[in-house]
Design a protein around this ligand. Structure first.
Ligand code: TRP
Length: 337
């Protein structure tokens, strides 16, 4: 059976939160441990600078995200774990793909369309106000990320599916014109992976400012959990677990038996204060070990740097053969042999 090659990028533009862990980090690491799977995970720092103009934030987030993945057990001998900007082959391929990508295709990208719509609604004179070439063409960079490594499976959130389809489209055009160079990638959208809600009950997301940082120190973690919005039912009154953020977060970590027992507590009318304290204790116990590793890693950026450079070296070794082939195919060739 042929091996599966999965690849996914993580944009370093903030501090990892519980939602990132449950929705992306945990399933990705579990997947990377399966037989027959070769995983490529990278920090998409060229993507981060599209939306973040704060250099400290990009730098710090790169450190925090790399430390988080390592603390959670990512095995860098098995997984190729690298920083996008350490692999210049990707941006070189990006240019070549740009030359084969229809502008009209990019006009249809959701992120760009949303920016234009916002401008139109606010009555701006120029519908492209505030749109950089980076934002406009970032699906091409994403295609380069994926196609450079011949990935066939790309685990992403729903919002990214269109970009994978664009990568397929671009790969198809290249293959059609220059001969078979690229594997056509497929998006993998985890149907079962939970989307966690945040402090206010909406989806946990940086943009709603409602996140619980994954490795918040114990005291802070407790504070965050105490802030989670609940309703005004009193202790003794039965509560609905299905609409409760506390229950949802607990369920993302607990065993089915523990979840059943928790459900009974809700039916029996446990009080919110009590349920919050229990969720805190449960999460804290679960996260204590990786958090200690995380703190150690954060204090040792030289080690993380070394891990990322090791990953980049492996990634470049993978990329260079294909890039040489692509350069040749498009006519960028030495003048004499
Ligand atoms: N654009 C993705 C995001 O915002 C991150 C990303 C960059 C990515 N390159 C990728 C994901 C390649 C999958 C494959 O989440």
């Amino acid at each position: 059976m042929s091996r599966i090659r999965t690849l996914t990028g993580i944009k370093p533009s903030g501090t990892p939160h519980l939602g990132n862990y449950v929705g992306a980090i945990r399933p990705a690491i579990a997947d990377s441990q399966r037989e027959g799977v070769d995983s490529f995970f990278f920090l998409a720092d060229y993507h981060a600078i599209i939306s973040t103009r704060d250099p400290e934030r990009v730098h710090r987030s790169t450190l925090e995200i790399a430390a988080s993945w390592l603390a959670l057990g990512l095995d860098t001998d098995k997984v190729t774990f690298y920083r996008q900007s350490d692999v210049p082959e990707i941006t070189e391929l990006c240019w070549i793909l740009n030359c084969m990508t229809a502008k009209g295709l990019m006009n249809r990208a959701h992120a760009y369309k949303a920016a234009v719509q916002e401008n139109e609604e606010s009555g701006a004179k120029d519908p492209d106000k505030g749109v950089t070439m980076g934002l406009f063409s970032y699906p091409v960079l994403m295609a380069a990320d994926i196609l450079m490594f011949n990935a066939n499976k790309v685990p992403v959130g729903k919002d990214q599916v269109q970009h994978i389809e664009m990568a397929r489209d671009i790969a198809g055009r290249m293959n059609h014109h220059y001969g078979n160079l690229f594997t056509l990638p497929e998006a993998v959208v985890g149907e079962t992976t939970a989307v966690l809600n945040g402090l206010d009950g909406r989806k946990m997301s940086k943009s709603y400012d409602n996140v619980i940082p994954l490795f918040a120190p114990e005291k802070k973690l407790r504070k965050f959990i105490m802030k989670i919005k609940t309703n005004s039912l009193e202790p003794g009154e039965p509560k609905d677990p299905e609409t409760c953020t506390l229950f949802q977060i607990f369920s993302a970590f607990a065993t089915p038996e523990e979840v059943e027992a928790k459900r009974r507590q809700y039916e029996e009318g446990a009080g919110w204060g009590h349920l919050k304290q229990e969720l805190f204790e449960y999460l804290n116990a679960h996260l204590a070990e990786p958090r200690a590793r995380y703190d150690e890693l954060i204090a040792n950026p030289a080690f993380i740097e070394e891990e990322l450079l090791k990953g980049a070296e492996r990634a470049r070794a993978e990329a260079s053969d294909l890039l040489a082939k692509i350069r040749h195919a498009v006519g960028l060739r030495p003048l004499s042999a």
